[in-house]
Design a protein around this ligand. Structure first.
Ligand code: S3P
Length: 167
């Protein structure tokens, strides 16, 4: 089964675009963070709080591995850190197509502030420092994101543009 993995920093729109892409191609959709929450029976922020980030990364890897058992072609939105741990980029590249949703730190900050999703990684960063934090963190993560087979900038992105990548 060749799945489609959406990759990129928090707030780049992986779930937003993933859902739309999946329904327009008539594929299934899964949000990896939601899958982890379902498997563990607790929320992502609770996993971070109770067990720490390393434990979260292990659960994330294991949830990602479980994707290979899916019987339908699926669009999978991954957490922003997923590509950067436990050789997950290799894992995803082997299981299907990987698409990096590129966005600049200003847009990422806006989207993070707009959403009501709780994000443990940036929770403690004051708003005035958030854009700088994102810029630096993104730079660290780029070498992983850039291992994606496909890349598109979310600025002005349309569903048609996105669909065209998979024709
Ligand atoms: C994380 C991103 C989150 C979630 C977790 C850690 C990260 O997903 O997996 O809070 O390390 O960037 P989103 O990218 O959907 O916010």
């Amino acid at each position: 089964m060749m799945h489609i993995f959406l990759i990129g920093y928090m707030g780049c729109g992986k779930s937003y675009w993933g859902k739309r892409l999946a329904s327009s191609l008539d594929f299934e959709f899964i949000d990896l963070d939601e899958l982890i929450e379902k498997r563990e029976g607790i929320s992502i922020p609770e996993i971070f709080e109770q067990y720490g980030e390393d434990a979260f990364r292990e659960r994330e890897q294991s949830a990602l591995e479980s994707v290979k058992d899916l019987k339908q072609t699926t669009v999978i939105s991954t957490g922003g850190g997923a590509p950067c741990f436990h050789h997950n980029m290799d894992r995803m590249n082997a299981m299907g197509k990987t698409l990096f949703l590129e966005a600049n730190p200003r847009i990422l900050k806006q989207n993070i502030l707009k959403s009501d999703e709780e994000r443990p990684i940036v929770k403690a960063i004051p708003e005035t420092e958030l854009e700088t934090y994102i810029a630096n963190h993104l730079k660290e993560r780029l070498p992983f994101y850039e291992q994606s087979q496909l890349k598109v900038n979310v600025d002005g992105l349309t569903l048609d543009n996105l669909k065209r990548l998979f024709r």
